[in-house]
Design a protein around this ligand. Structure first.
Ligand code: COA
Length: 161
């Protein structure tokens, strides 16, 4: 039987417990999840792609069936190269919906075989974003409940004066 694969794309600057929660729950539905880090997005990341991949690997070491990769260009092309037709995304608050709807529709227009599967983010992480995490640590604030231990350490080192 073919393994059910989903691709979870994003910037992951850095990965948070909210992302990990989505991946862990997706593994009840899919056999494998690839966490795909976009290389040249519109955002200016704090962590390099290499650093983000390493942090994802460390933060998902306890989960079977997960791997991290990077991709450049269109998501639909990356999906094709992986022979995968499922995009996994987390929905946090109502404001995510319009943007996610646009993204899913654009991807589906470019490749009608593609389906986007949304998981609702657990209540603890509903208002969590990577920006909030970056901002807190950049000013000396700590959010250890919201990021994996490796990310907590990496953020402290990144913003050390
Ligand atoms: N828990 C915590 N935070 C979450 C989360 C969760 N479960 N789910 C999303 N987020 C946060 C992210 O941390 C991120 O926060 P930030 O903006 O503060 O950094 C934000 O929600 C959404 O970012 P992300 O999931 O990284 O999406 P994105 O909008 O940056 O990028 C891509 C989306 C990468 C999937 C998309 O832009 C892409 O594939 N681009 C390639 C080009 C392409 O094919 N475009 C398609 C249309 S033409």
């Amino acid at each position: 039987m073919n393994k059910k694969l989903a691709i979870y794309p994003g910037t992951f600057d850095p990965v948070t417990n909210g992302h990990i929660d989505i991946v862990a729950r997706a593994l009840d539905i899919f056999d494998e999840v690839i966490i795909a880090v976009l290389v040249n997005g519109s955002k200016e990341p704090v962590f390099s792609v290499k650093e983000r991949l390493a942090l994802i690997n460390q933060s998902t070491a306890h989960l079977r069936g997960v791997k991290a990769e990077s991709y450049d260009g269109l998501l639909v092309d990356y999906l094709k190269s992986k022979n995968c037709n499922v995009v996994l995304r987390g929905l946090r608050v109502a404001t995510d919906l319009e943007y996610e709807f646009q993204l899913a529709t654009a991807n589906n227009m470019m490749d009608p075989g593609i389906e986007t599967v949304f998981l609702m983010t657990s209540a603890n992480y509903v208002f969590l974003t990577s920006s909030v995490v970056r901002e807190a640590y950049s000013h000396g604030g700590l959010l250890p409940k919201f990021v994996p231990p490796a990310v907590h350490e990496a953020l402290i080192n990144k913003f050390k004066k």
